[in-house]
Ligand binder design. Sequence first.
Ligand SMILES: [Zn+2]
Length: 160
Amino acid sequence: MEKEKIISILEEVMDPEIPVLSIADLGILRGVEILENEIRVTVTPTYSGCPAMDTIQEDIRSILLKNGFDKVKINLVLSPAWTSEWMTDSGREKLEAFGIAAPALNHSCTMAGTGTDEPGHCPLCHSENIEMISRFGSTACKALYRCLDCREPFDYFKCH
Ligand SMILES: [Zn+2]
């Protein structure tokens, strides 16, 4: 089916900041509609004003164009806001294999601060013996931690 084909093409669009995660893995690809004379792709940015979003939109257009779809409309939906819980399980696995701890799943960030927004374990050796080095890592959406067992520093993708 055409729609499934388009979705599988879009699964190759990677997040510019985390090149191992596709927009489908991140959960920012919300839907694809085939209208009479255009394809409408609905995406929800991870962070409002995230500069990566421009790159993602360009990548969506260019990969669809390469596959013969030239009439593409990108519909940015800001509400409901993206949450890190939309990240797929395979996305979380890819993130950890890349060395970044996946966001907490206890919804602490979106549900009035219950629970803690911190990684459960070191993505490299899975030790729970970790400490925070800095609230901000390589980008504002990550925090920097260190594993006290394997001694490696790692980024934590903050829950959002
Ligand atoms: Zn470790």
